[in-house]
Design a protein around this ligand. Structure first.
Ligand SMILES: [Zn+2]
Ligand SMILES: [Zn+2]
Length: 397
């Protein structure tokens, strides 16, 4: 055992005569001594001190350092349910712990010792690392563990997981996005099982339930690449989307897993590093059912096709900057003298119904102007009741 200098023994004696300290908090004040841990160092120093020391709970930590091992065991128990590669420990501590340590250090001119908080996180980190074989990561841990030694509270915060996937919608009649719970307006209540969302069927609701179950998570937040209406089908390769999985216990997915539920097919999803800040450029292939206010004929439809094929349309949203969208292929087939089916490929993000109806539509009449549009080109009121997404093509996917 290395010897401890007389000056340290003397100083320790003077401190301990008035301030009871636990071994951890004693050892921590003497960084020049070598030892496996501050607890070991504290024990060594105490052995050498021959004067009468004051009894009582530790002046700095009120003996909460004693619960370090017990809390680490509790953390290990809770961590069993989680998949993670690396972690970081954070400690919550009442301010007066630090204040008492600072005042003691000022009074006895104790320098260079580490702070109680960093000792706690370091020591717990060591235990967790040795028992789990995972390493501490200060920059981007996928598990952050917050511990309060005083209350014994442990908070596990797995980093969110990001996934990219595509879905097909084979049934009409429910929306893409879920609505906020009407009872609590999104705050979370017993009616919505504290999700904040209505349990009504929607693409989002079905996907969210699946992802939450798959990753044993608390929630899923979606970033859509385009949208469709309640009446639309989504076919082909499906519509792509990103999702943030909130507090996942699992961090892997079986590539072959596929879900089919209530007409929604979730194709294989992959885990990605992040959700891109800017939505990727994409094109959609659409099939739209059009109703005309007056009679049409093949000639009129031919003009429509010629005018809109390989064209550019200008979109003027209310109170926002105008932008353009390209129409690539455009074909239209007559169903009868009042109805036709248009099949076209265009830039993603074009409002399909408005592109067909213009401001003749009662829906969102003044919100958006698209020119040219089907109504305008054919010279009569045209309406789109349903459209289907035949495919979505993402550039650089
Ligand atoms: Zn202590
Ligand atoms: Zn609610």
């Amino acid at each position: 055992m290395p010897s401890i200098g007389k000056s340290i023994t003397n100083l320790a004696g003077i401190i301990l005569a008035d301030y009871p300290l636990c071994n951890w908090c004693l050892g921590r004040q003497f960084p020049s001594i070598k030892g496996d841990s501050n607890e070991v160092k504290g024990k060594m120093i105490r052995k050498e001190v021959k004067v009468k020391t004051k009894k009582g709970s530790c002046f700095i930590c009120q003996d909460s350092m004693q619960s370090l091992k017990e809390n680490s065991a509790k953390i290990l128990e809770q961590l069993k349910d989680y998949e993670f590669d690396d972690f970081l420990i954070g400690a919550k501590l009442p301010k007066d712990f630090m204040e008492r340590e600072d005042s003691l250090r000022a009074k006895f001119k104790l320098r260079g010792g580490e702070a109680i908080k960093s000792e706690i996180t370091k020591e717990i980190g060591k235990i967790i690392a040795s028992k789990t074989g995972k390493r501490v990561n200060f920059r981007k841990p996928n598990m952050t563990i917050l511990v309060n030694l005083v209350s014994g509270e442990i908070d596990l915060n797995p980093k969110p997981l990001f996934v990219y996937g595509r879905y097909l919608k084979m049934v009409r009649g429910f929306p893409q996005k879920r609505r906020k719970c009407r009872n609590c307006r999104g705050k979370g209540c017993s009616e919505c099982e504290y999700t904040g969302f209505s349990k009504e069927q929607s693409v989002e609701q079905i996907l969210a339930q699946n992802l939450i179950k798959r990753f044993d998570a608390k929630g899923a937040k979606f970033t859509w690449i385009g949208g469709e209406s309640s009446e639309s089908l989504v076919l082909g390769n499906g519509r792509p989307f990103y999702a943030e999985i909130v507090k996942p216990k699992l961090r892997h997915t079986d590539e072959s897993e596929m879900l089919e539920e209530n007409g929604i097919i979730l194709k294989k999803i992959k885990i990605v590093d992040e959700i891109p800040k800017k939505s990727p450029n994409f094109m959609v292939k659409v099939s739209a059912h059009i109703k005309f206010a007056e009679e049409i004929d093949e000639e009129k439809l031919y003009v429509l096709k010629e005018k809109l094929q390989n064209s550019e349309v200008k979109v003027v949203p209310l109170k926002k900057k105008p932008f353009t969208k390209k129409i690539y292929e455009f074909d239209v087939e007559m169903i009868n003298e009042r109805e036709a089916k248009a099949t076209f490929k265009c830039d993603g993000g074009l409002n399909i119904k408005r592109f067909i109806s213009s401001s003749n539509s009662d829906v969102g009449k003044y919100l958006l102007e698209i020119t040219p549009n089907v109504s305008e080109v054919i010279g009569m009121k045209a309406d789109c009741d349903t459209f289907d997404i035949l495919d979505v093509e993402v550039l650089n996917e």
